[in-house]
Design a protein around this ligand. Structure first.
Ligand SMILES: C[S@@+](CC[C@H](N)C(=O)[O-])C[C@H]1O[C@@H](n2cnc3c(N)ncnc32)[C@H](O)[C@@H]1O
Length: 372
């Protein structure tokens, strides 16, 4: 006969109160599958496994209703839960480690009787983000040759090029004299050995004289800058020509047009609130705006890349290489993934997005800003 544990024993092992277990039972979250002859709750191995999942999601900050949805999902077995929990915990650990480092630095600064600037205090949420998530970047991020060709074309005859927010250097033109700028040490460390020389600095304060470069470029980075307008003006100051690849996050440009942000990640609105519009960015440097269509098989896994391959967003490694998923937090992420998985298996996603399946490229609000 299968061995059962009493409610007191389970509570003791799990470090929760018997009242909590009674509550979980009443709301149907973890119901012991048996009773002792005297009528007491008795937990079988499967009940304990479910409780372990519930407690782990709870510790990650999920609400009881969300946890119920997660643990009741028939498509996720115990091993899949363990993988998902492991990923979420590692991410939380890395995020906490980055914050501890930042706090230690601030304590040191204060111990020396100095004050930290608002910029330093907020650093852990900006470029610091890439110190945390940067190591997951190369898994799916790289050069998309058709978009690279557009950027390189826009650089015109520039011989010297500054690449700001360069990351691992995916879009650096191979045939020009490139200097990279990248504030995150984790990203700098992942640049290939033969990549262009890289300076540790931020866009808002470029350590170069006026007019030092023929052109300056910034790819998929402006939305991370503390002050995008100041950064773009800096690029304009140090270079004759400026080329920026970014997205139009307005309702019509992106939020309502792209099914992922529209139907699954409404939290994105909070992330882009207060950010300058693509028109303001362009106007700040007198740039023209050119739409960039995304090929259906886009080789660089940025947020919009998988518009015709929705299953990709169910993959942990795909999401970890795109900062939005970390910035919305684990709850919104899991809810979005859960709903998308349901809609894919029920056919609802296809019903809603059927017209996309016939397209080879999509206009999803991505823009090239070119100032000459
Ligand atoms: C999505 S990655 C893009 C990297 C690279 N341009 C590419 O396309 O592969 C965004 C990069 O912007 C950098 N970044 C964040 N804040 C920045 C700032 N204030 N100035 C310059 N770069 C910044 C991050 O560290 C990160 O490497």
């Amino acid at each position: 006969m299968e061995e059962h544990l009493s409610v007191g024993r389970v509570a003791g092992l799990a470090g929760v109160t018997v009242r909590t277990l009674h509550h979980y039972d009443r709301i149907g979250l973890v119901q012991p599958s048996a009773r002792t002859p005297a009528g007491y709750r008795a937990y079988a191995a499967g009940d304990v496994e479910r409780l372990r999942e519930v407690l782990a999601y709870r510790r990650l900050g999920f609400g009881l209703r969300e946890i119920a949805e997660l643990v009741d999902d028939p498509a996720t077995d115990a091993v899949a839960h363990l993988h998902r929990l492991r990923g979420l915990l590692l991410e939380q650990r890395d995020r906490a480690a980055a914050m501890v480092t930042a706090i230690d630095k601030e304590l040191e600064t204060r111990a020396m009787g100095k004050r930290t600037t608002p910029e330093e205090q907020l650093k852990m949420f900006g470029a610091q983000l890439y110190e945390t998530i940067g190591s997951a970047y190369p898994a799916t991020r790289g050069t998309e040759p058709r978009i690279a060709a557009r950027v390189w074309d826009a650089l015109g005859d520039a011989r010297t090029v500054l690449n700001v927010g360069a990351g691992t250097g995916s879009y650096e033109p191979p045939d020009r004299d490139v200097t990279a700028v990248e504030p995150s040490a984790v990203m700098r460390a992942q640049r290939p050995p033969d990549a262009a020389p890289c300076v540790a600095a931020a866009a808002e304060k470029l350590p170069f004289e006026d007019g030092s470069f023929d052109a300056a470029m910034a790819f998929s980075t402006v939305h991370h800058w503390r002050d995008p307008i100041a950064g773009l003006r800096e690029m304009r100051r140090v270079a004759r020509r400026v080329v920026v690849f970014t997205h139009d996050s307005s309702d019509s440009g992106w939020r309502q047009r792209f099914w992922l942000t529209r139907d699954y990640l409404p939290e994105i609105t909070g992330l882009v609130a207060g950010r300058p519009s693509v028109d303001r960015l362009a106007d700040a440097i007198g740039a023209r705006r050119e739409p960039v269509l995304i090929p259906w098989d886009c080789a660089d896994g940025f947020l919009e890349a998988y518009w015709r391959r929705p299953e990709a967003y169910l993959e942990e490694h795909v999401r970890r290489a795109v900062s939005v998923w970390t910035r919305v937090g684990p709850r919104a992420e899991q809810r979005a993934v859960h709903r998308l998985r349901d809609d894919l298996s029920s056919g609802r996603w296809t019903e809603r997005n059927r017209e996309l399946l016939a397209l080879d490229t999509a206009e999803l609000g991505l823009r090239l800003l070119v100032a000459e």
